[in-house]
Ligand binder design. Structure first.
Ligand code: NAD
Length: 485
């Protein structure tokens, strides 16, 4: 089997790194790619290329600039199978998820922000002046400049393009650094940029790690004009410290410890379906996944049994088999972390209602990063397993008696990313959703989104919002122009 070479893309050309590291398959542990890690000098050159390309890119007529974005979307769609194979190869996620969510959303992100850039209006006010006249005020929005995009491994193409697309649409140039764990689709995106004729230097790719590597070189560089980052809360804190001396804009989409509240009046089957999906989608490795479920006492026992039944019957398998519902975790390293929480939960007094271990296949998958879908009950409120993000296919289920108690339990977290409410009482749905400490609150659904709405969280879950006009605000710098008429 050929080992793919994943290189850096700087100033419109692919080049080797200063060193290399190996990428292994999470399915069976095989070495699948050699990744070229960018050195400091390469990050510096990527930055200079992005600076050089910036004035012409920012000055392009919007229609021309957004034509490039549409060409990038077309390129992803034209090479759909390449992207699909690369994403599955890196993450082990089931083809049903990657083919329906990750790759289509990669293209959709470019289309959405192309459309937004083309239809933007401008904030403006007519103001009375002391001499009885008027002045026209308008907010003229300029690109931030060179934006550093640092992305995680869980939805590699989706989350990378979620930031690259608006950055480019609003006239910025970009240095992107994908996760070292999932470097493949970013490399394909750079290829597509070349095929689309994107001017050299507008989109640069550097591979590498965080500390002491490309991630740190980007975040500590004084000439980067803004940093947009998705990843762990602790990494966000480290990046915040790194950028502090430069006092520059940051947008952080970080971790979560999301709650689902199931009221006794919910459509029971729909709630079981929805909660199952929200806990186990992408092997629990979506920042929006539910890790805490609170169920109103009259249906608690029945709900736990139904959820456990679903967990046990999930089809865990080879990613490319169409009926596989759950693949491996992203890496053996991440599996160690998840398994350490399985152990901690036992020490903290959990009852393991489903799963709790590692599946055995008797084939090459035993060398991979699989774990069983797992359900806990009986943990005390203060348990670390209730407080800390596990980022695996696991949740804790606990009962509640009143709406007030449900809200208190759900909001007893330092995160503030997502929540879901299951009820057929419409007023309660709105009321509880609005009371959630969360940037996104769903009622009777999960993961649905309009890309124009604000996305992000507060507390340990992040700083700022992206999506639609919220992205415009992050990726541009307004000058208020006041014209005396
Ligand atoms: P991570 O923080 O380990 O890594 C993310 C990226 O940051 C990688 O590219 C990594 O190389 C880089 N990095 C690490 N340390 C760095 C440093 N000191 N300086 C600069 N760059 C550095 O996150 P992960 O494990 O890849 O992703 C999983 C996490 O991401 C989970 O916590 C999940 O909740 C979160 N996440 C949040 C959202 C959201 O929208 N809120 C979406 C997806 C994932």
């Amino acid at each position: 089997m050929t080992i793919r070479q994943l290189r850096n893309y700087i100033d419109g050309r692919f080049e080797d790194g200063a060193s290399t590291f190996d990428k292994h398959s999470p399915v069976d542990g095989r070495r699948v790619a050699q990744v070229h890690e960018a050195g400091r000098e390469q990050v510096e050159r990527a930055l200079r290329a992005a600076q050089w390309a910036l004035p012409a890119w920012a000055a392009l007529p919007v229609a021309e600039r957004t034509d490039y974005l549409l060409a990038l979307a077309d390129g992803i769609e034209r090479r759909f199978d390449d992207f699909l194979q690369a994403e599955i190869g890196d993450t082990g996620k089931p083809v049903g998820w990657a083919g329906k969510i990750d790759i289509p959303r990669g293209a959709a992100n470019f289309r959405t922000f192309a459309e937004l850039a083309r239809t933007l209006d401008m904030e403006s006010y007519m103001t009375d002046t002391p001499d009885g006249g008027q002045a026209l005020n308008y907010a003229y929005r300029k690109p931030l400049g060179v934006v550093g995009v640092i992305s995680p491994w869980n939805l590699p193409l989706l989350l990378l393009t979620w930031k690259v697309a608006p950055a480019l649409a609003f006239g910025n140039t970009v240095i992107m650094k994908p996760s070292e764990v999932t470097p493949s689709t970013a490399t394909l995106l750079a290829e597509v940029a070349g095929e689309a004729g994107l001017p050299a230097g507008v989109l640069n790719l550097v591979h590498g790690f965080g500390p002491g590597s490309a991630g740190e070189f980007i975040t500590t560089h004084p000439d980067i004009d803004g940093i947009t980052f998705t990843g762990e809360s602790a990494t966000g804190a480290a990046i915040m410290r790194a950028v502090a001396p430069g006092v520059k804009p940051v947008s952080f989409e970080l971790g979560g410890k999301n709650a689902a509240l199931v009221f006794a009046d919910a459509d029971f089957e729909a709630a079981v379906d929805g909660v199952t999906r929200s806990v186990f989608a992408n092997c629990g490795q979506v920042c929006l996944c539910t890790e805490r479920v609170y169920v109103e006492r009259p249906i608690y026992e029945r709900f736990v049994q139904a959820l456990a039944e679903r967990a046990r019957s999930l089809r865990i398998g080879w990613p490319l088999e169409p009926d596989t519902e759950m693949g491996p975790l992203v890496s053996r390293e991440h599996r160690e972390k998840v398994l350490s929480y399985f152990e901690l939960a036992r020490q903290e007094g959990a009852t393991v209602v489903a799963g709790g271990g590692v599946p055995e296949f008797g084939d090459a998958r035993d060398q991979g990063a699989y774990v069983q879908p797992t359900i806990w009950t009986g943990l005390p409120e203060h348990a670390r397993c209730i407080k800390e993000e596990v980022f695996g296919p696991v949740c804790h289920v606990a009962p509640f008696d009143t709406e007030e108690e449900a809200i208190r339990l759900a909001n007893d977290t330092r995160y503030g990313l997502a929540a879901a409410v299951w009820t057929q009482n419409l007023s309660r749905g709105h009321r509880v959703a609005q009371a959630m400490k969360a940037g996104l609150a769903w009622v009777n659904c999960w993961f649905l989104r309009d890309l124009r709405t604000p996305f992000g969280g507060s507390g340990l879950s992040g700083i700022g919002r992206e999506g639609g006009r919220h992205s415009l605000h992050f990726y541009t710098d307004p000058t208020n122009v006041c014209v005396k008429l």
